[in-house]
Design a protein around this ligand. Sequence first.
Ligand code: FRU
Length: 494
Amino acid sequence: MKILSFLLFLFLLAACQQKENSETSQASTYEAFRPQFHFTPKAGWMNDPNGMVYYEGEYHLFYQHYPDSTVWGPMHWGHAVSKDMIRWEHLPIALYPDSLGMIFSGSAVVDWKNTSGFGTTETPPLVAIYTYHDPVGDKAGRNDFQTQGIAYSVDKGRTWKKYDQNPVLKNPGIRDFRDPKVSWNEVSNQWVMTLAVKDHIEFYSSPDLKKWNKLSEFGNSIGAHGGVWECPDLFPLTDSEGNTRWVLFVSINPGGPQGGSATQYFVGDFDGKNFISQDTLTRWIDYGADNYAGVTWSDIPTSDGRRLFIGWMSNWQYANVVPTQAWRSATTLPREVVLNKKADAYELKFIPVKEISDLQGAGVSYTGSATLASPLSLIEFEVDDSQEFTLTLSNAENEKVVIAVRQGVLTFDRTTSGVIDFNSDFPAVHQVNVADVEMKTIKLYVDLASLELFINDGERVLTEIVFPNRPYNQVQLDMKNPTMRISPLSSIIQ
Ligand code: FRU
């Protein structure tokens, strides 16, 4: 008997050792907190996605970038390209600051008709439209230091030339006058620029991307106004029944539903001149703390037909101090924006793009609890009639995130999620009202430093960053019938 107990003891000891080894190696395989299936800059600072345009088989992603530091500074446009929005190739910096200022956020288009004259109709130019932020004027206390400039490329975005008569839109004396999102308007046969101006949106039109005329204003007395309006987007969207509506995104900072920065949206009509919202409700593209300044890709081929979105996965409350080393910030997963008629109003759904399934391994079913086979995982389950559940992710350090729904309120608790002491706003219990949503399915994408929760295929979304000292490897689902399916995801980092 004694020998048996001793052998059992040895066996358990060996098993513990093995578990520890595998956990340690799992943790050390990855650069600390480097997201594994999200875009991150190789090094340096990143904020907003910029200039998102699709051309000749490539999704371009430019981004607000300061290469010399991991905190915000003189802005450049960093650049990467992808064939699937998932795996990215880093390219050299596209736009550097110049005598007119830093290069703030903006957009890019394919000028198919060569209206700008920068290319030819055979080789249409890519044209970037961005904000110049002149730090000298800012320091001097002037109000007109933000203007709009353009640059173009005739080699698939590899090199860029700035227009020699910049700026193309001067500042009328308003401090916040930025983030132009440009698209071709089929009705007016002109370019339309959607610009964030302090606490509202202004629309401008142009025949050639060089001369701009003001069309109208929207938003002075509608929507959330807890902070300055930034990074807008405007596009038409058609629902499954063939109804077309126009969508306007407006990021605001601060004033988001979880504090700090967030993006609200309006659905309505745009006649080529004025935008009119369907109602006065404030809706958010994401109810988590970490999805900001997101916009959609321009020039997705009609044969594809999707409206594709990516956001910056951080929040200005703490973006500059998150505990990463060589770089700061990641983008969200790319999402398809879908127009959805709900009762009398239109709402949006944000669905993870189908390309993500390329990273997904075979799913395994579990009941109640599971040890994650990979720290990169997709957890899926169906919500039962009680419409209540608790999902807990944890690691051996007793760090955890608890996502629970009780009486129509979803709580996302990251107060003990790992490293939390870099900013006092970070460790919080976030609340979202879900009483109006009949919850059917939940999908949770788990990366090393983020969680993205999709209710009913994106009817309600929560994106949150977290910094566990070891990847979460335990999952516990409390619900009447706690069956879940867990699929491993692979890393995109070579
Ligand atoms: C949004 C924003 C933009 C601006 C850019 C500067 O996060 O403040 O309004 O263009 O960042 O980096």
